[in-house]
Design a protein around this ligand. Structure first.
Ligand code: TXA
Ligand code: MG
Length: 319
């Protein structure tokens, strides 16, 4: 029986009883639990097989709820919150003493965002507690952008996926932390760097590669299909090199018109937003085709292309 359901009341009952519910957001589906329930938070880590050193994002219904979560709000954080919430931006701020250490991996900061999805906003407004929600995928694998992706991963482990359709943006939120009250991007994501800079001016990007990163979504290998995947500029040349193998290709806008390969075009119109919305679904689809190799094309390195290249680099072996 399917665990996918639109029943918000059922989600409320489960979450109130320390259970997990996968929730829709505009970025990716999250695996949600009550931030104040130790039992629920332990289940999140166990279900994802996620290491405890990797902190969770707290989801709230509005900017107003921020004051209960964080100890202080730098001026530029407020500007960003007002500009982009509800939306695909997570702020990392000094935590309030009310936030359990389990959520923050004992850091003195907490990650928080207001997601932009009607169903989840309604859920958050009705619940008397915020929701902790990492992406609803096993640690290290591709994030889910459709209810079915979550069901495929977790139908044995959770009772419900709250159906909110396909995720509009399709790539995780952009994470912004603060050093001396100045914003720094910790994780590239669904909000383009250019749009953030339009609000707070030039911003630096800390592209984490080491093993104890500020945002472990930044581990060198993450977001990865199980099929060997490589990232290249010249897809046709790479297909030629892999002749004889069962090949899948993931291209931005131009079809290779090669019947010997399984191909997904991310956006025929060449729109980066559309490509981002399709990226993870395409990776899930190719990964289920019993291919020997997936060859992905590098995207233009600006706007959401930059965020997609970041994810593809972590999912692949560059050649
Ligand atoms: O779009 C998203 O952000 C989705 C949806 C469900 O909201 N969530 C998501 O969560 O991507 P997750 O757990 O897969 O990634 C959250 C990232 C992790 O890399 C984590 O290390 C980082 O946020 N993070 C959480 N708290 C942090 C903190 N206090 N300081 C620095 N990084 C933090
Ligand atoms: Mg994740």
């Amino acid at each position: 029986m399917s665990i996918i359901s639109k029943d918000i009341q059922k989600a409320i009952t489960l979450l109130t009883n320390d259970e997990l519910v996968a929730i829709p957001t505009e970025t990716v589906y999250g695996l949600a639990g009550n931030i104040f329930s130790e039992k629920a938070i332990h289940k999140i880590f166990a279900t994802k097989k996620r290491p405890f050193f990797n902190p969770l994002i707290v989801h709230v219904a509005s900017v107003n709820a921020l004051k209960d979560i964080v100890a202080e709000i730098p001026e530029k954080a407020m500007l960003l919150a007002e500009a982009f919430w509800p939306g695909s931006m997570t702020l990392v701020l000094k935590k309030s003493s009310k936030i359990p250490d389990l959520i923050t991996a004992s850091k003195d900061t907490v990650a928080v965002r207001v997601p932009n999805h009607v169903v989840t906003l309604e859920l958050l407004e009705k619940l008397p507690f915020p929701l902790a929600a990492p992406s609803a995928n096993p640690f290290g694998s591709i994030s889910p952008t459709k209810p079915l992706h979550v069901e495929n991963y977790f139908k044995e482990h959770i009772k419900m996926v709250l159906d909110g359709g396909n995720c509009k943006n399709g790539i995780e939120s952009t994470i912004i932390g603060f050093e001396n009250d100045n914003p720094i991007i910790y994780r590239l994501g669904a909000l383009a760097v250019e749009d953030i800079e339009a609000v707070v001016g030039k911003i630096s990007i800390k592209n984490k590669e080491e093993n104890s990163p500020d945002a472990p979504g930044m581990l060198a290998r993450h977001y990865a299909p199980t099929t060997k995947t490589i990232l290249v500029t010249d897809v046709a040349a790479e297909v030629e090199k892999n002749k004889g193998k069962k090949i899948g290709i993931l291209v931005f806008k131009d079809s290779l018109s090669n019947d010997a390969v399984t191909e997904i075009v991310l956006s025929n119109k060449g729109l980066l937003e559309e490509a981002a919305a399709n990226l993870y679904d395409a990776m899930h689809a190719l990964d289920h085709q019993n291919l020997e190799v997936i060859i992905a094309e590098k995207l233009p390195n600006y706007g959401l292309g930059k965020s997609m290249n970041d994810r593809l680099q972590r999912a692949t072996f560059s050649v």
